[in-house]
Write a protein that binds this ligand. Structure first.
Ligand code: FE
Length: 204
């Protein structure tokens, strides 16, 4: 979905969005165009059931399985779907890999596009005007505020989710985790690391 698509879930909302959303929901329900129960299920699914754990499993698999990693970098939508992660806001996924030379940071400068099937709903800082403006202008400053210090010679690339694409950052695998199970590796991967606003935790 593009930003100019009227069905886009967060296309430029007017002031007092909550009131307007309620008014719209009431009207659509009265006209029989939507079923409020179905809406509740969608909201509950993404706020309660889908969370960053899905993305962490994808990252752990990529760290453990070179052929999955290659597929993920080539076609993240298909690779994630193969693990059962697909659906709204995950139709066009792109995975970007942190390396010793390049760190990746994801933003949606226009609104708050986010890979729901992998990370759940976006945190409020991701939707904030400050993050959206500064991530592009001063990514190193933003990273420093998140406590991320980049290695010498490591560049930052900022990915703006301005089309239908949703990005997943594959953080660098921490040292000292050789031979770890995928479950144990997934425990090291938090939400911020998969947006690029954090790093994977170390084994200690
Ligand atoms: Fe957006």
């Amino acid at each position: 979905m593009a930003h100019d698509d009227p069905d886009h879930p967060h296309s430029l909302l007017p002031p007092e969005p909550e009131l307007r959303v309620r008014a719209l929901e009431t009207l659509l329900t009265r006209k029989g165009l939507i079923d409020p129960g179905a809406l509740d299920v969608i909201i509950e699914t993404y706020s309660e059931k889908v969370g960053p754990r899905n993305g962490a499993r994808v990252v752990a698999r990529a760290w453990s399985d070179p052929s999955f990693r290659a597929t993920l970098l080539e076609d993240a939508t298909a690779a994630c779907a193969a693990l059962g992660y697909h659906g709204r806001q995950g139709e066009h996924l792109v995975a970007v890999e942190n390396t010793a030379r390049q760190h990746n940071l994801v933003v949606c400068t226009l609104c708050s596009c986010y890979p729901w099937p992998l990370l759940g709903l976006p945190p409020s800082w991701y939707k904030s005007d400050a993050y959206r403006a500064r991530a592009v202008r001063d990514p190193r400053g933003v990273l420093a505020e998140f406590g991320v210090t980049l290695a010498e010679g490591q560049s930052v690339r900022v990915w703006d989710s301005t089309a239908e694409i949703r990005y997943l950052v594959i953080p660098m695998r921490p040292e000292g985790t050789e031979g770890w199970s995928e479950d144990a590796l997934a425990d090291l991967v938090g939400r911020d690391a998969m947006v690029g606003a954090g790093l994977a935790r170390g084994p200690a």
